[in-house]
Design a protein around this ligand. Structure first.
Ligand SMILES: [Zn+2]
Length: 325
């Protein structure tokens, strides 16, 4: 970069539960001055935006001068052109002109993108998909987010709605999904869906630590508990993760057929289960795809579980200003 050119970009990740912000070096690298806190979306967009501004100002103080703009990842759908959050069931917002709200307070250029797109873009820029020409990212959480990066650009589709990998169907008359459709991979392999599948099979599961955990906790199990039990060698929990891997593989195989990607990056809490999830996933993906496409595609865990969202959001602003990374 030239002398006097910005050295930092603020990246912000607005999640349903937590806000996170940090200063990302324009050339790439570890974010500095990372802060996080509860989103408290129920207080309304104005209050949340005010807190985001405070976090960015704190980050700017931490790095000194040279902050060139702000990238924001937020759940969609969005109108990126106009900088508006159209609707977020996660946050309960509708038609919020977030870009203008932040740009007006900060006096800096601001760009918005979908949070899952930002996570995929962060992994492409500085994480598990560095340098890949064709990347698809999945984030396994309360839902399943997705993002597609082709030739260094997020693929947005005709109305900013591309990359909704979680709503690819893996069963044409399968489980109901929150989106209104049936058989979406999210209805089987999101955190709550994994826990629900574990609870459903528990009566016939034989000896498993999950049975006593489910009995103790009236709200049922969590995917985290399933992963922990599997890590401790619980046979039933391991079978649930294997099945989760094979279900995810159906979606991943569809992505491989469609995009012939170099890399598919899978992040989110459940991805931390590692080989217990990834080995059955890769094996099933190979059974369902052409060999040349399977050989060309790495299916790997995310490398930036905490910071991909803010790094990718910063990359979105950088791309908006300069057109490339
Ligand atoms: Zn769905």
């Amino acid at each position: 970069m030239k002398d006097g050119a910005p050295r930092w970009i603020a990246g912000v990740d607005i999640g349903g539960t937590n806000l996170r912000a940090g200063m990302v070096p324009c050339e790439g690298g570890e974010p500095a001055g990372v802060t996080s806190g509860p989103t408290r979306a129920e207080e309304g967009a104005e209050r949340v935006a005010a807190r985001v501004v405070e976090m960015i100002r704190a980050g700017m103080e931490a790095v000194g001068e040279g902050v060139g703009g702000v990238g924001v990842g937020v759940p969609g759908p969005l109108d990126r052109e106009r900088g508006i959050v159209i609707e977020t069931p996660n946050l309960g917002w509708r038609d919020v002109p977030l870009r203008g709200m932040l740009a007006g307070r900060l006096g800096l250029p601001v760009a918005l993108d979908n949070d899952a797109n930002c996570a995929a873009y962060g992994e492409w820029w500085l994480g598990a998909g560095r340098g890949a020409d064709r990347l698809v990212g999945l984030t396994l959480g309360t839902g399943i987010g997705g993002g597609i990066v082709l030739g260094g650009e997020i693929y947005h589709g005709a109305s900013d709605a591309a990359g909704e990998v979680g709503h690819m169907s893996v069963h044409f008359e399968g489980r109901r999904c929150a989106c209104g459709s049936r058989g979406c991979v999210e209805a089987y392999a999101s955190g709550p869906a994994i826990a629900a599948r574990a609870v459903e099979g528990i009566g016939a599961a034989g000896d498993t630590v999950l049975a006593s955990l489910a009995a103790e906790n009236p709200d049922g199990l969590t995917a985290e508990a399933v992963c922990e039990a599997a890590g401790d060698g619980d046979g039933y929990a391991i079978r649930i993760l294997e099945e989760t891997g094979r279900i995810l593989a159906v979606a991943v195989a569809n992505l491989v057929h469609l995009f012939n990607p170099d890399v598919i990056v899978i992040g989110g809490g459940v991805a931390a289960a590692g080989d217990l999830l990834f080995e059955p996933l890769r094996a099933e993906m190979r059974r369902r795809t052409f060999r040349s496409a399977a050989d060309a595609c790495r299916v790997v865990p995310a490398e930036l579980p905490e910071t991909a969202g803010i790094i990718g959001a910063a990359a979105v602003l950088k791309h908006a200003l300069h057109g490339s990374q």
